[in-house]
Design a protein around this ligand. Sequence first.
Ligand SMILES: *Cc1c(COP(=O)(O)O)cnc(C)c1O
Length: 451
Amino acid sequence: MMPPDMPFLTRRQGVLHVEELALPELAQAFGTPCHVYSHAALCANLRAFQAALGAHPAGARARVCYAVKANSNLAILNLFARMGAGFDIVSGGELARVLAAGGDAGKVVFSGVGKRRAEIHAALVAKILCFNVESAAELERINEIAGTLGKRAPISLRVNPDVDPQTHPYIATGLKRAKFGVPIDAALALYEHAARLPHIRVEGVDCHIGSQLLDCAPFMEALERLLVLLDALEKRGIPIRHLDLGGGLGVAYRQDEVAPEISACLAPLLDRVADRNLDLIFEPGRRLTAQAGLLLTRVEYLKPGDGVNFAIVDAAMNDLLRPALYGAWHEIVAVAPKTGTPTAIYDVVGPICESGDFLGQKRALAIEPDDLLAILSTGAYGMAMSSQYNTRPRAVEIMVRGNEAHVIRQREEAADLYALERLLPTRATPVPLAGSTPDTDKNVASHAQMC
Ligand SMILES: *Cc1c(COP(=O)(O)O)cnc(C)c1O
């Protein structure tokens, strides 16, 4: 009943523990729902990546840039920064987080199709490692902003190698029709243009073909296609210093899935570039955090139904969106099953007013009201995708390190959720728009008719 790859999770006298701490004690101390992470697992996951690179002669020139969007908690970013990781960001907000967490801007790559002017400006000022440029228009914009700062922006073009990653369509990103990157056939011409722009410095080529890949072959296929491009570029006098192969390495969410070994996946890629003067960049997100986290929730009600029984729990799609968004499957286990509780088949659902608000369907569970459930493998794209829908305060996040439990994000309170909201004035009042000077009398007159 447990997926592999979560060795920090054990059952002792029937009770589920994260490292040295029993989950019922965490629930008692911090309440539910509650995101729980294992410090040891986070360390081990990044170390496994670093070790796979360290074991290879070409690995010394490779770099891990953690994809912040998978889980952007400052404590996790800080841990990875202290372990030497760089970061892959997709917004100015993520840049701010990385810097606030003590990350090194010089190890940051900036991906994303919609980089705004202020975000580009901030990244240039911070001196990031590279912009992963996703369109011709973005290239022009970066050139222009770098010009106003008297800088040359380091860039790589994100190319679409048109490789099928065999994953869910929402997380397949490298196909021809994707909104991401530029088609590989168009890349050569765009690189030639980029090389002539005065405020651009061509550094690399990058791709990100998709997420949750359980087979390494598509990475090699993508690499082969990028190398063809790279050779063509070198022939035209545009040398490439790094290849960024993106993220996407999958994890085993269910027992019948097998996650590829990190070293088995990376070694052939490193072999392939070993005789080249080339740095490699990897942007793993999910693989570093998914199996390091679980969502702890309490059963509120059991509701037997016609053909389907519901276990209504205190976590919901706002805490963990993946099942509702992708039909994603997470293992769900009883934390401390009591002997004698009958097993039944349940849809595990939250209190949100949406039929899509489920965390798991058709699960055999021996549970009673007030029992605790652990939803496993939620460390990536769990809290990071959470919302406050139905005015549900976001859950507390706890990091367990040995026998210590640390709050790494406090539970929100209802008042936090509407703290930025304002009531309308009861009588017509001039409201100046930024930059305009209000003409008081006229505004009152024109806004005087209220319902
Ligand atoms: C989301 C993303 C990643 C990380 O993907 P995972 O599947 O979590 O490893 C890496 N690079 C880019 C550009 C991304 O958009």
